[in-house]
Design a protein around this ligand. Structure first.
Ligand code: ADP
Length: 784
């Protein structure tokens, strides 16, 4: 603009209009002075004329003080005189100029029209990396305005799209703003091109909001759905505009983030990726969805512990004290854990199999893992894998998904704040794969010491070193752990507690802990041994002690209420007041049938909560040979019933039944409780006994229970969970237990007093089962 020089020019003072450089505008000129000025411009001044707005539109003949300080030197393109003496003037704005008076009093001097000396003003363009983003955003808002209100035509829109210079774009758009001349004048006076453009963008953004609001008001009758969507859109827009106004804060924030990333101890790859993302953030519109996605990503990288290690000290004596201090018994597990820690200390690393604690719920798996963390000084983080079906839950979603997040492992690391924590992966057996991928294979990568130094989370999309994390897994049943995972783990089995063990745990651990949690002193709350035994027997039915702990906590709450309400000295729980405190008993301790019945046999089952007695009932009705099996049974158990039935048919002769006995009867086998799913082959001999008893109409001894798989030829095959099953048999007051002979070796794991208390019979063949279970002699049942 340096070629422009100071000029003396005729002026037109504009009323409520503002001229802009590089813009073609049409005016209807009526004032005589202005008409003369146009004439003089065309004749004497090479068609140049200075157009400057006057501060107040009501002044007919403005003085120097009535003019704004900056106007636009323009070129007259066309001036057509109308019949009424007015002129239709088409002008092109050339450049901004300030003015100086030619003489002191009035712009008119000795002429019939006003004149001033114009001095070109330089525009500036400050360094601003965000400018391209603002231009882009402005173009977007312009097309939105074009779509909505049509006061900008599509042709105009494409003309705007061609303007690259920010100042020129601002000047071109300014006349189209639906705002008053004061705002326009303010825009004209902004000399920095970037600032001018932002000002135009803000005003236009406001416009779009208000026009939308008016539309929304008009169409209030429209469906509620549409309304709420509109509101959402409006708030998003307002948010974006507000953010835009407070952009300085965001720049500061990004700068801080950048410094934090540079200072943090992390791998170069992560740092570079995050810094690149921060750079991109600077160009983005805050509040836009890409901004939020990018920002979250950088925050994740910044918050993760990359190289922050917690001091770890493996002191075996201390570890032993911590483990003993929190857990009664569990000697085998504790010894194995100490060995494991000793090896870790000697090798100085974590290479080796992963520990997997297997056992029924509430036997202390998670709390053992917590104690190991405490003993070694690691942060403890529990990750529940129950119900995980999607690989992405372990490994995260790719960032291209809406709402993508890292997987559970990376999330847990963020919680841990150090990258050498102890992760307890709970319920590893409750994961399942489906069409979304197999979480077990992702977990394999996590747990494999050879691979986990470069674990790739889909969200982070870079390698993370997990080799310093101490993994411990827990499961309820070994059968359900995916085989490749099981391969990499060392299983430590924790079994159900016996009554005596539960008593110890309750008295020495659970009660003191609950007292402390409830702010009670020993003298405020006591439970007699008989009451404790009654709680174990009649208020809980479990292998672990979780339910027991809950009941003790309930008693502590009662004591707390008494102390606070009555200023009393608390509660002493005994057999007499137990029911009034805990409510009616929930389980019948000795819940077995006491009368021998035909077709009703006690089987032994191994469930998630330990062993249990499971009755099988069979009735025979006149019919046409149908065998119906009910009780929510799985495929394997149904097939087992079929096999038992076929075995009996094959033995019909020996049993004294007619070969076609089944043709005239319908047989219904039911396994209560009907709503609980059951499966597995180990009820084979129980099913066969139930069927035989019903068909022969010989009752089954009420104190006998049994477990064992049956083959078509009547062979009895071994089963799992013997210890739990025998504990359940003992708990229920059974006297004789029939078990497969091949399970004899497992009796070693069963407490000696239980083995002694029960009459355990080892059977090889179903032929041996019937005489033992039915209330009749062998000769009466089987005739060969
Ligand atoms: P799991 O993970 O096996 O389902 P938890 O570890 O959550 O069970 O244990 C449940 C509760 O029982 C915890 O409060 C735990 O401290 C307690 N507990 C379990 N076994 C013992 C034990 N041998 N000694 C003391 N407390 C125990």
């Amino acid at each position: 603009m340096s070629e422009q020089t100071a000029l003396e020019l005729p002026i037109i003072t504009l009323r409520e209009v503002v001229m802009f450089p590089r813009v073609l505008m049409t005016f209807q000129v009526g004032r005589a002075a202005s008409v003369s000025a146009i004439d003089s411009a065309v004749m004497e001044y090479g068609r140049q004329i200075f157009m400057v707005a006057q501060k107040s539109s009501s002044i007919e003949r403005p003085g120097l003080d009535d003019l704004f300080p900056i106007g636009v030197v323009s070129r007259v393109q066309k001036a057509e005189k109308g019949q009424d003496g007015t002129v239709r003037l088409v002008c092109e704005g050339l450049y901004r100029a300030a003015w100086l008076p030619l003489n002191d009093s009035s712009p008119f001097g000795d002429r019939a029209f006003p004149r001033l000396r114009t001095v070109p003003v330089e525009e500036t363009l400050a360094e601003d990396p965000e400018l391209p983003a603002v231009i882009e955003a402005l173009q977007e808002v312009l097309s939105e305005v074009c779509r909505q209100s049509r006061h900008i035509t599509p042709e105009q829109l494409s003309a705007f799209a061609l303007i690259e210079e920010p100042g020129a774009l601002a000047d071109a758009v300014a006349p189209w703003l639906k705002t008053d001349y004061l705002h326009r004048q303010a825009i004209l006076e902004i000399l920095d091109q970037g600032r001018r453009l932002r000002q135009v963008y803000e005003l236009l953004g406001g416009e779009i909001v208000s026009s939308k609001v008016s539309k929304a008001v008009k169409s209030r009758v429209k469906a509620q759905m549409e309304q709420s969507q509109k509101e959402y859109y409006l708030t998003e827009q307002i948010k974006a505009i507000n953010k835009e106004l407070g952009r300085d804060d965001i720049q500061d924030e990004l700068l801080e983030l950048e410094q934090c990333l540079k200072a943090k101890d992390m791998p170069d790859e992560a740092r570079e990726k995050a810094l690149r993302e921060v750079h991109k953030l600077r160009q983005m519109l805050p509040g836009s969805s890409e901004y939020v996605v990018s920002r979250n990503y950088v925050d994740w990288i910044a918050d993760l512990p990359w190289n922050s290690l917690k001091d770890i000290d493996i002191d075996l004596d201390r570890a032993r004290t911590v483990l003993d201090g929190a857990h009664y018994g569990l000697e085998k597990a504790k010894t194995r854990i100490l060995e494991y820690l000793a090896v870790q200390k000697l090798t100085g690393g974590l290479k080796g199999p992963i520990l997997c604690l297997v056992g029924p719920p509430g036997v202390g798996k998670t709390s053992l893992a917590r104690s190991i963390a405490e003993a070694t000084g690691r942060e403890f983080v529990r990750i529940s894998l129950g119900g995980v079906r999607d690989e992405a839950e372990i490994r995260g979603h790719r960032r291209t998904y809406i709402g993508a997040l890292p997987g559970k492992i990376i999330m847990a690391l963020k919680r841990a704040k150090f990258n050498n924590p102890l992760f307890c992966l709970d319920e590893i057996d409750k994961m399942s794969g489906d069409f979304r991928g197999d979480p077990a294979s992702a977990l394999l990568e996590v747990l494999d010491p050879e691979q986990n130094c470069a674990f790739n989370d889909h969200y982070l999309d870079m390698d993370y070193d997990l080799s310093r994390v101490f993994f411990i897994t827990t499961a309820n049943s070994m059968q359900d752990i995916p085989v490749p995972l099981l391969d990499r783990m060392e299983v430590l089995e924790l079994s159900s507690y016996l009554e005596g063990e539960k008593m110890h745990i309750a008295r020495d651990f659970l009660l003191p802990r609950q007292r402390e949690r409830h702010g009670l002193k020993p003298e405020n709350m006591g439970i007699s041994d008989e009451a404790l035994l009654e709680i174990i027997r009649s208020y809980t039915r479990e292998s672990g002690v979780r339910g027991l702990e809950r009941e003790i906590a309930a008693l502590c709450r009662k004591a707390a209420v008494r102390i606070v309400e009555k200023d009393g000295c608390g509660v002493s729980v005994n057999l007499q007041n137990l029911e009034s405190l805990l409510g009616v008993k929930q389980f019948r301790f000795d819940a077995r049938e006491t009368q021998p019945l035909s077709g009703v046999v006690a089987g032994l089952a191994y469930t998630g909560s330990g062993g249990d007695i499971l009755y099988i009932e069979t009735v025979i009705m006149p019919g046409s040979g149908k065998l119906q099996v009910t009780g929510k049974l799985g495929e394997v158990m149904k097939e087992s019933a079929q096999a038992a039935f076929s075995y009996l048919r094959s033995r019909s002769h020996q049993l004294g039944l007619r070969p076609d006995f089944y043709k005239e009867v319908d047989i219904h086998v039911h396994v209560p409780e009907g709503a609980v799913p059951k499966d597995g082959p180990s009820a084979g001999i129980t099913l066969a006994t139930s069927l035989a008893s019903a068909l022969l109409d010989i009752p089954v001894r009420a104190d006998v229970c049994m477990t064992g798989e049956i083959t078509l030829r009547g062979r009895v095959l071994p089963i799992g969970g013997l210890r739990e099953k025998l504990l359940a048999a003992h708990r229920s007051g059974m006297k004789t237990v029939l078990i497969p002979a091949e399970n004899e070796k497992d009796l070693r794991d069963v407490p000696a007093d239980i083995v002694k208390a029960l009459d355990i019979r080892l059977v090889n063949d179903a032929d041996e089962v019937l005489p033992l279970a039915l209330l009749a002699g062998r000769d009466e049942i089987l005739c060969f």
